[in-house]
Design a protein around this ligand. Structure first.
Ligand SMILES: NC(=O)c1ccc[n+]([C@@H]2O[C@H](COP(=O)([O-])OP(=O)(O)OC[C@H]3O[C@@H](n4cnc5c(N)ncnc54)[C@H](OP(=O)(O)O)[C@@H]3O)[C@@H](O)[C@H]2O)c1
Length: 288
């Protein structure tokens, strides 16, 4: 039985592949960049099987699943799917963001993840065992400016994970959503800032962020929990990160009223107020 990790060419995926192989498991790692997967294969040996696969293509996913059936027998059954491949693109305001970036995030983080899960699940249910570990994010739990579609895709991943738990009731298949905060040592921000590596590096400067190895050890710990125990969600942040205060947008103050110079007539004596007369003046005089 093997662990299938998507997005294994860098960051969390590569760290998870390393941690699982070092712990004695068999790992299949997928991503688009064949050469990065080959490097990992060279490092980890044959307990790691690389397969090139683009999460945005159903045909690619089908081809990769067919490829798995040609691997040595022990790799052919997937005991744990780690849906880790994903990305954020840009931090632009919703009215200025590039729509193709939004489409790419939806295709990868939502549609690819959902399609692959649907392909893998029937065998797990048949086996009455298996584990789906999804890579969510704190961006799925808390809004922030510029997170727009990225955060929404991760909110989908969170809810999909919880709903899978409900559907898989009684099957023995476990589901967890890992929700990390700021993590350094991956290509996440280099991808988000489209190759502006300086800007990406500044984000982590002196931040003492979590590392890809922290996430890998978390995934390994989850997998090694006994079969009767399901961690539904696990949210992790570096100690240095917490919730920001609500922001308040302040409008520009209105201009002061124009200064009106007093005219001499304004200082002329005013006539004394007239005495009230008649019925109402008599009544009010009773209360004086
Ligand atoms: N770093 C953080 O602060 C952070 C925090 C919370 C959640 N996350 C989530 O954690 C996951 C891993 O991110 P990371 O930080 O390790 O970033 P990363 O180093 O950029 O890794 C992303 C992985 O996803 C793969 N990928 C992207 N698009 C793909 C596609 N269309 N088809 C196949 N594979 C694709 C990449 O491989 P190829 O480019 O080779 O295809 C790469 O292996 C993502 O889902 C991310 O949203 C990250």
């Amino acid at each position: 039985m093997a662990i299938l990790i998507t997005g294994a060419s860098s960051g969390f995926g590569a760290a998870m592949a390393t941690a699982f192989v070092q712990a004695g498991y068999l790992v299949i790692g997928t991503a688009r960049r064949t050469e990065k997967l080959a490097d990992l294969h060279a490092k980890l040996g044959d307990r790691f099987q690389p397969i090139t696969m683009d999460m945005t293509s159903k045909d690619d996913i089908q081809a990769a699943l067919a490829h798995i059936q040609t691997l040595p027998e022990y790799f052919r059954e997937i005991d744990c799917l780690i849906n880790n491949a994903g990305l954020a693109l840009g931090l632009d305001r919703a009215d200025q963001a590039d729509f193709t970036d939004w489409e790419t995030m939806i295709q990868t983080n939502i549609i690819g993840l959902t399609y692959l899960t649907r392909q893998i699940l029937p065998k797990m249910v048949e086996n009455k065992r298996g584990y789906i570990i999804n890579m969510g994010s704190i961006a799925g739990n808390y809004p922030y400016a510029g997170s727009n579609v990225y955060g929404a895709t991760k909110a989908y991943v969170r809810q999909f994970s919880l709903n899978l738990r409900a559907d898989l009731h009684g099957t023995g298949v476990r589901v967890t959503n890992i929700e990390p905060g700021l993590v350094e040592g991956s290509e996440f921000s280099n991808v988000r800032f489209k190759g502006d590596d300086k800007r990406a590096a500044q984000l982590y400067e002196y931040a003492n962020a979590l590392t890809s190895e922290d996430i890998a050890q978390t995934a390994l710990w989850l997998y090694q929990r006994p079969a009767h125990m399901n961690v539904n969600t696990i949210e992790l942040m570096p100690t240095t990160q917490s919730w920001a205060g609500m922001q308040v947008y302040k409008d520009t103050p209105p201009p002061p009223p124009p200064v009106v110079e007093p005219k001499p007539a304004d200082f002329a004596p005013q006539p004394a107020p007239q005495e009230e007369s008649g019925f109402f003046s008599k009544i009010t005089s009773l209360f004086k």
